[in-house]
Design a protein around this ligand. Sequence first.
Ligand code: OTU
Length: 644
Amino acid sequence: MNDVYTPSGNVQALVDRELGGAESEQDPFRVRLERYLPELCELLGTIYEGRSDLSASISKLVKTLSEGYENRSARLRRRDTVRLEDELWYRHENMVGMACYVDLFAGDLKRLHDKIPYLRDLGITYLHLMPLYKSPEDENDGGYAVTDYRTVDPKLGTLEDLQSLAGALDDAGISLVLDFVFNHTADDHEWAQAARQGDPEYVDYYWIFSDRTLPDAYEENLREIFPQTRRGSFTHLPETDQWVWTTFNSFQWDLNYSNPAVFTAIVGEMLFLANLGCDVLRLDALAFIWKDMGTSCENRPNAIRLIQAFNLCLRMVAPATVFKSEAIVHPDDVAKYIGPDKCRLSYNPLTMALLWNSLATRKTRLLNKSLTHRFEIDDRCSWVNYARCHDDIGWTFDDGDANALGINGADHRGFLNQFYTGQFPGSFARGLGFQYNPENGDCRVCGSLASLCGLESALEAADEAAIEAAIARILLVHSILLSIGGIPLIYAGDEMAVLNDYRFMDDPGKRADARWVNRPFIDEDVISRAMTPGTPQYRVHQGIRHMIRRRKAMPVLGRGKTRILEADNVHLFSFLRYAEGALPVMVVCNFSDSEQFLNIQRFDQLGLLKDAENLLDPSATAPEDGNIRLKPYEVQWLQLVGIA
Ligand code: OTU
């Protein structure tokens, strides 16, 4: 085959040794293994340069991959074949996502089956179930502290329940998304327990230090993620008087990827999850997986190489599954994880943060300026566009982009925090501050989409005009998620305009974490309000459902490209969706609470807008006097009648 050498000989020899003789030459796994293993060995060689145990690790890895393939069901192997022929399946107008907690949305996995008709009616084709693995009883960071990747949280059901749900979702045309929480495990994971006992093999699975020397040295450059919960990034272990690296909560121990055995072990867990039948694995906190002394230990070159290595393993064993990057970091760093050889999908935290910025300021300059040069990604990849999720909102725009408009980044973040916690005069938003750091003034915001859009304060004041404005803001945000390019991701409940849920304050396990305010129960009350004609919740639900249907009728919204258009009006945001052989769609949005006009001359030298149809409201009249008139917060999806 070729001459790429692993530390223990050439790749062909390695494959033969692990997979046996020539009789299985046509085996698709063997073909893929031979194709990708040289690259994988080269990557691991770079990451683990100088480690004498690398060759043993690679042999073990090949075994793990081969076991992963053996355990892959016939159904999933068929899906692999189908997906390899339709690699860009996720770049489709049919894709519409939702994220939910199993317990808050349905009670448990069995009862989630009963929600499938609702999801289908809404048009959902991608469902992210928040972490549902076994985790510590009391505090578990909403499931992001995993005790055992191979056991379902007993409160939610069993592995069989999960597999049967995966099958039912597949039958209903809904892709399943699961979390791969691989930066850390819970402190009661069996590896962590063995490490606590002093088992040298497992001590080396984590970052454990006998005194503060190294932790202090690392901390010089580390960002504190949860400074209100606990200062610093290390946790003291009283039994042994040691310190362990915990980027997040003290019960989440960071895995030590500088040890190649950890990579191999976690590949085994990853393949187990892929073999449950999920289409997407969400790579939680991937920015933090590699640590280099003297740096922030975020977005390190070896973290990116490790993602490539994980991706190669996935390509070999479970090519039907793709990665989604969860890097809620600076936009330059977000981009580093996106690529056909890394994550095919990525959350789009920049668009998210800037949509909120435009709602607060009523202006679109920063949105325009930033997205013009930051929205485009590799054609084979796709954004996952969202406005809210289970986490806080961080203001991750680039200070340079802001500076170019005369905006001071730090001051502006201060303003946004004030605005969304309702402290800024005239603010419509009801949010809570999250993880304020008194040392540098950093803060983030929590709150449900509807409460941040002003529905909570408007309902409380029984102010009809304010209610109208809040509904319009909610629909405006969704109309952009559904059209801008990528998979739109709705956070369960937002499509029913659920308000903040303050009950977490009475729960000792949740009280300290304000993110629970935006993790509401989707109970009977919520549903019945959204199903009762005339309520604001009903209007939001119907409005979103309608836009989803319109999206699905427009292939250009799935596979097309996006060009941000600079409108002549600081309150308007506009972009074009176009694709070869399709009529383009121009989206125009008004972020202000007053009527605005778009002078079409500027865009429309070709006269394409003259007879454009507004797909969201076909009864709307054509532009008058060379202007498109937009009501407060109105959005139009204009089908152009010629190729732009
Ligand atoms: C993620 O978020 C999850 O979405 C959170 O729910 C978890 O608590 C956390 O990881 C730990 O598993 O800090 O405030 O820049 O990229 O990884 C959310 C940090 C978080 C983020 C992100 C993290």
